[in-house]
Design a protein around this ligand. Structure first.
Ligand SMILES: [Zn+2]
Ligand SMILES: [Zn+2]
Length: 460
């Protein structure tokens, strides 16, 4: 019997095996584990790296490589804005130094894809349920967004808050900036531009969600806030989402613009070089092509024909995808309206039964409790501790309720949960007021509110 790797046929087989490996981790483990594989790798390193990179990153690889290369040479001149044939680009070769950043960026894009899929396509799964075409389109658009946010604004000066004294210069800068952006975008097909706009819109939904949950109202107080946030790129936005706060954004801005202060976002002066970030330029390019039509659904990432309305398990009302709440969505997201942000945190107390939400003593206690407790936990408790009222269906694995049912659910149960928590903590509970949660005296008589318990059913 021949030694492994000794004949040319063996070498071909070994090369095929290496090229088929799904991740770089698997590749490097294999190469380390066997001399024969190592020898094959030494001989055909480039081919193997490219093949594994494609297996891992997918058809968005050329774009992904451009992002990585830009990071290595971050100058606008170092980036080739000439025509890029994204799908058949053979000029870009993966090198060993690309692997680490390539993998990191691909992980960010994959997390975004999971998020996008669960909010836009299939709320039942937290991992991506996009078809291979949808996934490819999403990844391309997300990598393109990464690249765009690295390239633009071309000058960090855009982040500075400056006086309007130098208006002439500013106008020239602005014009030049927009032209460069449009030049970059004009290399994209119309569907690619639509999809870029789609992922950017989704990124802004996420920014709004963080703003909602964080309840710092950045968006309300600074009109360029979403533009600034979008411009720092998908990785930072994802970090904000995962930490439910804007610290990663602030840190990035501080690095970009050295004269920023902690009050950077409180300064309401406009940042003209960032206003309408990405959207303005995409629209301009589409306008030039006579293709700026927001109704063109055929160009979207997710095939609209595969989507169906879902119905609420409690009331049966039909709802758009991602508009229902259930096991995968409790922690999650709002869409365009204020949706769930208002549910997770102290403002939940506003939905309490009867007059309770106007009881100044009670509201303070409840808010203090809610700050410490994610809604998911409250929801679990209501079922696990038998607080659920009979009017509500039992849960099963496929239990999804609409916004208004969720509000009603909180209204029906929150006071029961609070009193249960209080009993668990062995707190002293005052005697019940006869009028229970409907008592009006609790609203304006502090003494009364302090001396009696109102988290109970009215008895008269
Ligand atoms: Zn409902
Ligand atoms: Zn009372």
């Amino acid at each position: 019997m021949q030694k492994l790797g000794a004949s040319p046929i063996h070498a071909d087989v070994l090369l095929c095996i290496l090229c088929a490996l799904p991740t770089f981790e698997a590749l490097f483990a294999t190469v380390r584990a066997s001399k024969a594989f190592h020898a094959t790798y030494v001989q055909h390193g480039k081919r193997v790296l490219n093949s594994v990179a494609f297996n891992y990153v997918g058809p968005a690889l050329p774009l992904a490589l451009q992002v990585v290369r830009y990071d290595m040479h971050p100058s606008p001149e170092g980036f080739n804005t000439g025509p890029l044939d994204n799908d058949h680009n053979t000029g870009l070769q993966v090198e060993i130094k690309d692997v680490y950043p390539l993998v990191n960026n691909a992980k960010v894009v994959a997390e975004w894809e999971n998020l996008f899929s669960s909010r836009k396509k299939d709320m039942r799964h937290e991992t991506s349920q996009l078809t291979s075409l949808e996934s490819w389109q999403f990844r391309k658009a997300m990598h393109r967004l990464m690249l765009y946010t690295r390239l633009f604004p071309t000058d960090e000066y855009a982040y500075c808050i400056t006086s309007n004294s130098d208006c002439v210069d500013l106008n020239t800068k602005l014009e030049k900036e927009l032209l460069t952006q449009q030049e970059f975008l004009s290399d994209c097909f119309t569907n690619e531009l639509e999809q870029l706009r789609e992922v950017a819109t989704f990124a802004i939904e996420i920014i709004r969600w963080v703003d909602n949950v964080d309840s710092c109202d950045m968006i309300a107080s600074n009109r360029d806030f979403t533009d600034i946030a979008l411009s720092v790129g998908p990785a930072v936005i994802l970090e904000c989402y995962k930490t439910l706060g804007f610290e990663p954004l602030t840190e990035t801005i501080n690095k970009l613009c050295t004269d920023t202060t902690p009050e950077y976002f409180e300064d309401k002066s406009s940042r003209p070089l960032l206003a309408g970030y990405l959207f303005k330029s995409v629209s301009a390019v589409l306008e030039n092509r006579g293709a700026n039509d927001h109704r063109s659904v055929t160009l979207r990432i997710i095939d609209i024909n595969t989507l169906r309305e879902e119905s609420c398990s409690q009331c049966g009302a039909e709802s758009y995808i991602g508009g229902l709440w259930g096991k995968t969505t409790w922690d999650y997201l709002s869409l365009s309206s204020q949706i769930l942000g208002t549910y997770l945190f102290p403002s939940l107390s506003m939905f309490m039964k009867g007059e309770l939400h106007r009881n100044p003593v009670e509201i303070k206690h409840v808010e203090a409790l809610l700050v410490k407790t994610p809604f998911k936990e409250i929801y679990e408790d209501i079922y696990a501790k038998n607080l659920k009222l009979p009017a509500w269906h039992d849960r099963n694995d496929d239990y999804w309720i609409c916004q208004s049912c969720l509000t009603q659910f909180i209204n029906d149960h929150l006071h029961l949960w609070v009193i249960m928590k209080r009993k668990e903590a062995k707190e002293r509970i005052a005697n019940d007021c006869w009028y229970g949660y409907n008592c009006r005296t609790q609203v304006h008589k502090l003494n009364h509110a302090q001396q009696l318990n109102h988290l109970c059913e009215p008895t008269r």
